[in-house]
Design a protein around this ligand. Structure first.
Ligand code: GLA
Length: 483
């Protein structure tokens, strides 16, 4: 049997094969159907969402990718082995739907899975990569979200499976944004940039503040693995803007932090009934601009004290984007960010702008404070003011993890042999569990549908049972076919 180390070496070799050319270098802005609709999707809904994206001004704000998640296909491939759109729910077919989406100035995204079946049980693409990539390209697909459910235990390593779809997409010649969904398993930030555009860093988000905070915590110290030429950490969709019972402050915090982490921003609420306040958050253009900043460096945690935190990212032109977060339950609290925390010389004068309010706050030197109420943020941009003839460098080289590592020890991010071993062990355990379940089912069938245990062979008096075709002597047991 091949050792996990051998598998790891092969995976790394596979990854060094042609990295996928990126049609989009910035984090994706768009919409995904999963959080609001699960598998209750049909073509009218997709058309409605496309129309709403345009009418609500979201497309103009940059949200141009409309991604249909799990549940769009028939449960079986057709006679030629192709995936087909669900005939009742998508009667016009996906090519026609993509055409409608394109006609609204949007891009069309689909969902697939690197296993035998998707997470919701629809056909997966393992073993059909070339066929499916060609099908999607012929429909006019611009984005593929590729999940990792229901793979064979012997095929547990995700890297060859993700690379196979990367190569199949490349072979179609159509530029398709390739978004990996592996829930952070096996630390995709260490290898997925070779496969790429973005990779999920955690499990699924839920419409609760706890879930937002959990994902935020799991994102600490991942910024250094993303960025220009690599790809983006994907903290999952914007579940909590518009869904659940989050306060406006919590929705604002979720949105601003995801923007600062340079995560894809994928709306996940029903746009036919979105509350105007949630819509205003999604359309906060100066916060979106942080996400799409040309320097492309992801933000990270730079300071934490009790329930108060500061997240920051450098911006093109030498500025800083700063999110001051109050995770506590107390009312408005002042949070002070110092230039030292942001890698700016103490004597630098900087213009400070409130990005949600779209308002200049003033000029400051050395530090600035802003109030954030419970579970809410203040989001500011600092622009150092040029003194004399000096103009700011496009990139002054400061990175948020410099600050983080000065306070907290960096998380260990070695290529995870242990992770690969654990994944192998987990796959073997799953296989064993599957075998145990099959045996248990077989035994139940034997007992229920005809085979009845008569007793232990060694304790039964000779002659009690007439051995014949209807009697089976198992290890230490005697069974008889009844009924
Ligand atoms: C996984 C993904 C989700 C969604 C569902 C669909 O759970 O993480 O984002 O795509 O599958 O079944």
């Amino acid at each position: 049997m091949r050792s996990p180390l051998w598998r790891l070496a092969c995976s790394l070799a596979l990854l060094s094969a042609a990295a996928r050319a990126l049609p989009a270098a910035k984090p994706l802005l768009g919409y995904n159907t999963w959080n609001a609709f699960r598998t209750n999707i049909d073509e009218q809904l997709i058309r409605d969402i496309a129309d709403r994206l345009v009418e609500l001004g979201l497309a103009a704000a940059g949200y141009t990718y409309l991604n249909i998640d799990d549940g769009w296909s028939e449960r079986r491939r057709d006679g030629t082995g192709q995936l087909v759109a669900h005939r009742r729910r998508f009667p016009s077919g996906m090519a026609a739907l993509a055409e409608h989406v394109h006609s609204r100035g949007l891009r069309f995204g689909i969902y697939g899975d690197a296993g035998k079946r998707t997470c919701a049980g629809y056909p997966g693409s393992r073993g059909h990569e070339g066929t499916d990539a060609r099908t999607w390209a012929s429909w006019g697909v611009d984005l593929l979200k590729y999940d990792n459910c229901n793979y064979d235990a012997a095929d547990w390593d995700p890297v060859p499976r993700y690379a196979a779809m990367r190569d199949a997409l490349n072979a179609t010649g159509r530029p398709v944004v390739y978004s990996l969904c592996n829930w952070g398993a096996l630390r995709p930030w260490l290898w997925a940039d070779k496969v790429r555009h973005s990779w999920r860093t955690t499990g699924d988000i839920h419409p609760t503040w706890g879930s937002v905070m959990e994902i935020l915590d799991a994102s600490t110290d991942l910024a250094r693995f993303a960025g220009p030429g690599r790809g983006h950490n994907d903290a999952d969709m914007l579940e909590a803007v518009g869904n659940g019972k989050l306060t406006l402050g919590e929705q604002r915090a979720h949105f601003a932090l995801w923007a600062l982490l340079k995560s894809p921003l994928l709306i996940g609420t029903d746009l036919r009934s979105i509350h105007p306040d949630s819509l205003a958050i999604l359309k906060a253009r100066e916060v979106i601009a942080i996400n799409q900043d040309p320097l492309g460096v992801a933000g990270d945690l730079v300071w934490v004290h009790g329930s108060l935190r500061i997240y920051a990212a450098p911006l093109a032109g030498g500025g800083r984007a700063v999110v001051l977060l109050n995770t506590g339950d107390a009312g408005p609290t002042n949070i002070t960010v110092t230039w030292q925390q942001l890698g700016l010389p103490a004597g630098t004068a900087a213009g400070v702008r409130d990005l949600f309010a779209e308002r200049d706050v003033g000029e400051f030197e050395g530090a600035v404070s802003a109030a954030a109420t419970q579970h809410d943020v203040a989001v500011v941009k600092l622009t150092p003011l040029a003194s004399g003839n000096s103009s700011r460098a496009a990139d002054d080289g400061w990175r948020p993890w410099h600050q983080l590592h000065a306070q907290l020890p960096p998380r260990q991010h070695r290529p995870s042999v242990r992770g690969w071993l654990l994944a192998g062990a987990a796959a073997a355990a799953l296989r064993l569990a599957a075998v145990a379940i099959s045996i248990a089912r077989w035994r139940r069938r034997v007992a229920g549908s005809g085979w009845r245990r008569l007793g232990d062979a060694h304790s039964m008096a000779a002659g009690t049972v007439q051995l014949g075709p209807a009697v089976f002597v198992g290890p230490g047991r005697v069974w008889r076919l009844v009924g």
